[in-house]
Structures are given as C-alpha cells and as structure tokens.
Design a protein around this ligand. Structure first.
Ligand code: SF4
Length: 686
C-alpha cells in the first residue's frame, strides 16, 4: 500500500485553512486539519473536512469536448487547441473576453490576464470578484490607498469590540468565526446587525435585525451619535486623515438622527445608541463585513461608510482593529492581486498609465492590449444583449455564470448570443453545457501553486495526485494554447514556481516572495517588497497607502436599493449561502457528506408573514420578481425580519438568481444580489 500526507490549503473559502490530504494508492481518501497552521490551528469546518470528496467523482471531465450538431464529442488536445486557436484568431481582439477565476491559483490567474493582454491583445479580462468584493477593492482603495482587508485573521481574537455587519461569519468563514468566539471569551463585546438571526447573530451581545440595503443610513447614524457625544478619535483624525469635516457635515444632518435612522433601518434607537457607544469607547474595535455590505448598487458607498466609521474611531492600523473585509472564495484576493481585472495589471498597476504599460510591455517582451479599461463580467453580459453584440467570443476558466450571476434569463440570452464559447473546468457545469469547446482542467489537489487568503497571506497548495484521464492543469493549458497561437516565447513555463517568480518580478507587493519563503504554513502577508521583508499582517500602522500617507474620509448620503417593495412585489429578497454548500455547488453538491445535509433550496419567510399568506412550513410556494419565478419550499421561521425573505443561491434547479436584479453599483459594477422586490404566492391546487 502506498500512502502519503500532502499539506495544502483548503479550496473553499477565503479563510485559507491548512489541510493535510491523505493519499492512498494514488487517490485522496481523507482530509485532516494541519495542526500547526496558524489560522485554523488543527480545526476545520465541514467543507474543509470533506474537501476530498469531489476529487475522484466519476463525472470529472477527462477529455476535451467539441460540440458538433448540438452534442459534445470527445476530442484530442490538438484538435481542441487547433479549433480554439483558429476561432479566437478569427475575431478582432476587442471582440474577445477572458474570464479568470477565484478558484484557481495565483499563477493561473496571472497567466490568464497575461494571455488576454499579450496573445489576444484584448483589454477585456475579469473574474467573479466582480460579483462579491469589487466594491471593497474600489472603496477601501479610495479610503486607505489599498483595497484589501487591513488586518490579519489572528488579530480578530485580540479585538475588544467586534461589529459584524453584512457577514454571517460563523457559517461562511467558520474558522474566522472561531476568532470572534475567542475574542468574546477574553471579554470582547460582539455586535451583529443582520436581517436574519444567523448562527453569528446568536454569538452577539447586541443583535438587531434590519432591512437589507440601509447600511449607509445605519453607519451615518452611528457616526452622528459618536460625534454628538464627543467620542470620536480627535488626535487620530487630525494627524492621520483628511476631509473629516466633509463627512461631519453630512452625518450631522437631521436625516441621520437616530430616530430617523431607526425608522429607515428598523433598528431600535436604544440598540443604535449602545452599538455606537461600545464601538467608539472600546480600546480596539474592528468591523467584519462580507457581501451584505458589498452586493448593492451602493456597494462602494457602503464600504466607504465602513471606512469612515473606522477612521472616526481611530481603529485602522492597530491590532484588534481594522476593516476585516472577509473575501469569499479561496483565491479571490489573489485573483485581484494578479490583475485578473479590466483596469489593472498585477499589483493593482493601472492599465491606463503609461509607465505601467511600458513596464509590462518590457517584462512580457511584446505588444500588449491597448491601455484602456476593458469590460467587467457584468458589462459583458449586457453588451452581449446589444444588437449586434459587441463581444463575439469568451474564454471562461473555472466560472459558472449560469448559476452565479444575477437575472439568469438575461445571462442565458447573453451567452447564447456568443459566436464562440470556451469553458475550462473540472465538471460539465451549467455554463460548460453551453460551450462550443470544453477543456478538462485540474482541481486543487492535482497541481502546485499559491493562493492568497482574505488576510493577504500568500500560501502554497501542493500536488497530491494526478489529474483524471487526459485532464491538465490550468496553467499548462494556457501555456499550450498560447504556443498554438504563436506566443510560446511569452509562455515558456515548466512549473508553477517559474510563473510565481515572474509574478514576483513584476508585482511590487509580491516582490520579496519566493516558494522557499512561503514553504512553512505561516507563509507571508503582502506587501512583502524585498527578500528580507517579513510581510505585513496589519496595514496602515504608521501611514495609509496614499502618496500623502493620509486616510481619506468620504461623505456619503443614503440611497435606497434600486428596487424597493411595492404593492405588486411586497417583500425584500436577499440571497446568500449555507455552511454545507459552496457557491454554484459544482464541488460541494458532488460531495456526498455535504450534499446530504442541505440537498434542496428553500425560501426563509417570517412566521407572521407566512401566517398572513396561509403558508405552512415546507409548503412549496412560488417566488416571483420582475425577472422570473421559481417554485421553492418555504422555511417558516421567526429568525428573519418581517417583510424580508431569503434564498441560498447554490441550487441550479431552483436558482435564486433567476429572481435577482442585475442593477449595478455605478463604479464597482457589482450587482445588487442582496435586495430586490419579490412576491411570494401560495400555489393553488388545480
Ligand atoms: Fe475551508 Fe473556509 Fe472551512 Fe477553513 S473555514 S476549512 S478555509 S471552508
């Protein structure tokens, strides 16, 4: 019997827990927590515990597929590459888009954006951060000069007041939730405001439910109360920030009195007063947020308001403080860092600035895409519905927009308008089924690479087993396709480490990193600018990342969601995840231990609302929005605010995103998944 243990990193959420894969006779048979990993310290949540179960599924893609007469036919790699190369070359560069992925490695994200910009020469490259934390990247970069989580995960346990807003941390980032528990055990106060009484809310010393999409009003109200009482950090504001007076002028308006904010949000005045006092007076307060803040047409406003509160109270740049923007997927931070975005090269180097363009041209040794901002994922879906469509072909690596994107009828129409679609994935996902060519790729256990967790920790994952059949690793597929298209010189890589070395050369925040330096589980947090630099767990300790070193306050007025309830659609629909499933379910729904826990979708509705509609628990009801309808089992519970309903988005056969609104934040272009108007109907018997 051949057995080995391979240390690696969890492929699910952005916490970045360390795993040991147990390999027996060439198969991963189990997962054990990595005892000495500094984040999870020998613990795992259910998803991590069962992360091996999808790896050897019989429905893994093992051969390239080419669609002929509407049916997929197995092909050789040469046949698939020849067809993809010929088709991609047949379009103008700006008619082609590349979609990268938060689920693959840094090296693969780096190569995908390099492929777009050097081989196709298109500016159109993006990935699913557009759907989760695009608002964070824009909002925190505006406030602090760096669009990432300011502190490390370990520091949450040192906080004295943790405000959880727009995050169900205990279910979605369970090993970060454990740090909240540890802080509480050391005396920290926990505040949680959420429309649902989640497992995270159960931890809170102060919980209040509130209406989705009212975060700016809430935060402005808290700031008004803090300023009125003189609790703001006056020295910090004077020495480390600018434009405070502009924010003060807005938040002190009568609109943001606690009485008015209570009316807008549904939170009692006394709870608002308590939250403001606890947060302002604690010696170290942090705020943990996730997509409840970002997935709004006011996503950037929400993030900037969070930044305002943290600067007002002097909590940015210290242990136990900080804006803890909890990134969703395992490598969504890294995919952004690697420049799989339409406006920046790796390390957030602006594509529109001549020095950045010249630097990349010289590093890559060829002409590159014009220095202009390309389409986002959400732009792409819209321009595909133009007549004639402005895009003709998309190359998708590891994304599943046919379940993950808002308003799925619109997405399907858009993808069907493409002349050519290539999907590179490990399973025949709902999106891959629409493709002209499918390229079989490898999962986390079948390749080497790095990923960057939510706390900016760049850590390794390691190959444990071979990919199934003829499947290949994503970086190898990109290199071989680039060679077929005449760009072998730019893609000479023989290992993931060689790619990482190029990343370090062209990316200032990764410049001091190497595989040797991140071999241990502690790894390194970026920025790490030199080989001697120890990495940076806490950002902005002495100065912010703007050229003048100052944090920037931004005045923000409250705006309601794009679609609010009315007589026809009287409820607010909000969407999210559960602990057992992951995003579009392509991996977790193929993991039997996870799938058996939550195999079906549901619609959570308040007990009183259900009673008024005559709906019983588990009764199948109809949920209808202006975009579509689904039949779904009701889950009747007092744990959700009245007039608000919730659906998880993991289930393709009952897709919550059939209902959601594709209205976008004007800057970050993130859709408003967290609030749209919906009607819930009892299904009448025939
Ligand atoms: Fe994996 Fe996240 Fe669970 Fe850790 S908390 S085991 S990274 S899913």
């Amino acid at each position: 019997m051949d057995m080995k243990i391979v240390p690696t990193t969890c492929p699910y959420c952005g916490t970045g827990c360390g795993l040991n894969l147990v390999v027996k006779d060439g198969k991963v048979v189990s997962v054990a927590a990595w005892q000495r990993h500094p984040v999870n310290e020998g613990k795992l949540c259910p998803k991590g515990r069962y992360a091996h179960e999808f790896i050897h599924r019989p429905d893994r893609l093992t051969k390239p597929l080419i669609k002929k007469d509407g049916k997929f036919v197995e092909a050789t790699w040469d046949e698939a590459y020849d067809l993809v190369a010929k088709k991609l070359k047949s379009f103008k560069p700006e008619e082609v888009m590349c979609l990268s992925s938060a689920r693959v490695s840094n090296e693969e994200n780096y190569l995908m954006q390099k492929f777009a910009r050097t081989v196709i020469k298109t500016p159109h490259v993006d990935h699913c951060a557009r759907l989760c934390h695009a608002s964070t990247v824009v909002g925190l970069a505006g406030a602090f000069g760096s669009g990432a989580m300011t502190n490390d995960i370990g520091g949450i346990a040192e906080s004295k007041c943790i405000f959880v807003l727009g995050s169900n941390t205990v279910e979605q980032h369970p090993l970060i939730g454990r740090k909240i528990v540890q802080a509480k055990q050391k005396g920290a106060k926990v505040i949680c405001f959420d429309p649902r009484f989640t497992p995270t809310a159960r931890l809170a010393d102060l919980y209040a439910s509130f209406y989705s999409g009212t975060d700016v009003a809430l935060l402005n109200g808290l700031m008004q109360h803090i300023i009125k009482n003189g609790w703001e950090a006056k020295d910090y504001i004077a020495t480390r920030t600018k434009d405070f007076e502009k924010v003060k002028a807005v938040v002190m308006k009568p609109e943001y009195s606690l009485d008015n904010v209570s009316r807008i949000t549904g939170i009692a005045v006394k709870d608002l007063e308590t939250a403001a006092e606890w947060f302002a007076k604690s010696p170290a307060s942090c705020l943990c947020y996730s997509m409840g803040i970002t997935q709004h047409t006011t996503g950037v406003d929400n993030v900037k308001s969070v930044a305002n509160l943290l600067m007002l109270t002097g909590n940015v740049g210290k242990i136990g403080g900080g804006v803890n923007a909890l990134r969703g997927q395992n490598n969504v931070q890294g995919a952004c860092d690697m420049g799989a975005l339409p406006n920046v090269y790796s390390g957030y180097q602006n594509v529109t600035l001549e020095p950045s363009q010249t630097k990349m041209k010289e590093a890559w040794g060829c002409e590159i895409a014009p220095g202009k901002v390309g389409y986002t994922v959400t732009d792409a879906i819209n321009v595909l519905c133009d007549s004639p469509p402005k895009l003709k072909a998309i190359y998708i690596m590891g994304e599943n927009p046919m379940v993950s994107d808002p308003d799925l009828h619109h997405v399907e129409k858009a993808l069907k308008n493409l002349e050519f679609l290539v999907v590179q994935d490990i399973f025949l996902t709902e999106t891959a089924q629409l493709a002209d060519v499918v390229l079989p790729a490898s999962c986390f256990a079948e390749k080497d690479g790095t990923q960057t967790s939510t706390e900016r920790r760049v850590q390794r994952f390691r190959k444990a087993v071979n990919p199934p059949g003829d499947a290949k690793v994503d970086w190898q597929i990109i290199c071989e396709l680039a060679a077929k298209m005449g760009c072998a010189k730019q893609f000479p890589f023989k290992s993931a480490e060689e790619i990482f070395n190029e990343v370090a050369k062209v990316t200032p925040s990764y410049a001091g990193m190497s595989y040797a330096r991140i071999e241990k589980p502690e790894a390194l947090h970026w920025p790490c600018p030199t080989p001697e630099h120890p990495g940076t767990p806490v950002l902005h300790t002495q100065k912010f990342s703007h050229p003048d070193g100052l944090g920037v306050f931004t005045p923000i007025e409250f705006k309601p969601p794009a679609e609010v309830p009315d007589a026809e659609y009287p409820f607010i629909l909000t969407t999210g995840r559960c602990i057992w499933q992951w995003h579009t379910g392509s991996m977790t729904r193929r993991s039997s231990s996870l799938e058996r826990e939550e195999p079906e979708s549901w619609l959570e509705i308040n007990t009183e609302d259900a009673k008024a509609l005559g709906i019983q628990n588990r009764e199948v009801v109809r949920a209808i929005t202006r975009r579509g309808e689904v039949k779904v089992a009701a889950r009747v519970t007092p744990d959700i605010k009245r007039n608000e309903v919730f659906m998880p988005f993991h289930y393709a056969e009952c897709a919550a995103n059939t209902l959601t609104n594709n209205a976008l934040d004007p800057t970050a272009k993130i859709p408003e998944f967290k609030a749209c108007a919906v009607r819930v109907e009892k299904i009448k018997e025939a």
